[in-house]
Design a protein around this ligand. Structure first.
Ligand code: ADP
Ligand code: MG
Length: 258
């Protein structure tokens, strides 16, 4: 399907014709996907649909067999007869997105402050004092000020997640990805997460959310893309999707997750 989003100008991230197979089995079957600046887009779908594979390819943790990926004007890979990756563009693109993993992936022996500061100082080569002042500000904004010198195991799940968010934000990304952002959170923290994501989008950041939960996607997203068997079968506003799903499988998926 040719989605409206694939043609949208000024996308912060754009993927076209993404194909990926594992052992001869196609997991992504020609996906077009993009997120505009200031837009929150959820990629939802049942288990096994290809969401994590898509996110791994978007974040350059894995490579496409075919298709193109660009971050703004940076073309990371392209080619219909095999995706050709540009190493310099890959390095530059890694500075443009932040990823909050489902299991947070914090460094267990580093404090909250160190977890947030490490990548900007080591990977981006920024000035330590400047990074520390931004890190402390983010830590305060995310309600972690009193925990700055603790290590992750001294924090609750919700607090660890906020550290992971602060760490990603301290890289000043254009795009933030959240992998199953709310699956481990109680209703109040889910509401906080919702507000935070909307604030990031209001500041012009592009936000991509990968989830199997329609409930959260519906309230937070400007646009929802529904993935089945490696194909995007729906791409529209949450209202459009709920009121006029185009695909029979969407109707079933939506009724099951209601
Ligand atoms: P989702 O995140 O939507 O649940 P995934 O992207 O994790 O889906 O998986 C899609 C399909 O690809 C599944 O059938 C899964 O078993 C398969 N798959 C994912 N990663 C690999 C891999 N590294 N090797 C082989 N098969 C994989
Ligand atoms: Mg997954």
């Amino acid at each position: 399907m040719t989605s409206a989003s694939a043609d949208r100008p000024g996308a912060a991230v754009r993927v076209s014709g993404a194909r990926k197979s594992f052992g001869g089995r196609e997991v992504l079957g020609g996906v077009d996907f993009s997120i505009g600046r200031g837009e929150v887009v959820s990629l939802i779908g049942p288990s096994g649909a290809g969401k994590s594979t898509m996110l791994r390819c978007l974040t350059l943790l894995d490579t496409l067999d075919q298709g193109s990926i660009s971050y703004g004007d940076l073309v990371v890979c392209s080619g219909d007869d095999g995706a050709r990756y540009d190493r310099a563009a890959m390095r530059a693109a890694r500075m443009r997105f932040g990823l909050v993993f489902q299991d947070y992936n914090l460094f267990p022996h580093r404090t909250v402050l160190q977890n947030v500061m490490d990548a900007p100082v080591v990977v981006q080569g920024r000035d330590r004092m400047e990074v520390e002042s931004q890190a402390r500000e983010l830590i305060a904004t995310l309600d972690l000020a009193e925990h700055a010198d603790k290590v992750p195991c001294q924090l609750s799940g919700g607090q660890q997640q906020r550290v992971a968010i602060a760490r990603a934000l301290c890289m000043n990304p254009d795009v933030m990805y959240f992998d199953e952002a709310t699956s481990a959170l109680d209703p109040r923290l889910t509401k906080d997460m919702h507000d935070l994501i909307r604030q990031l989008a209001d500041k012009g950041m592009a936000v991509g959310i990968v989830t199997h939960e329609m409930g959260f996607a519906q309230t937070v997203s400007d646009r929802v893309c529904l993935l089945f068997d490696g194909q995007i079968v729906e791409d529209g506003s949450p209202e459009q999707l709920l009121e006029h799903p185009r695909d029979e499988r969407s109707r079933i998926f939506l009724s099951l997750s209601a």
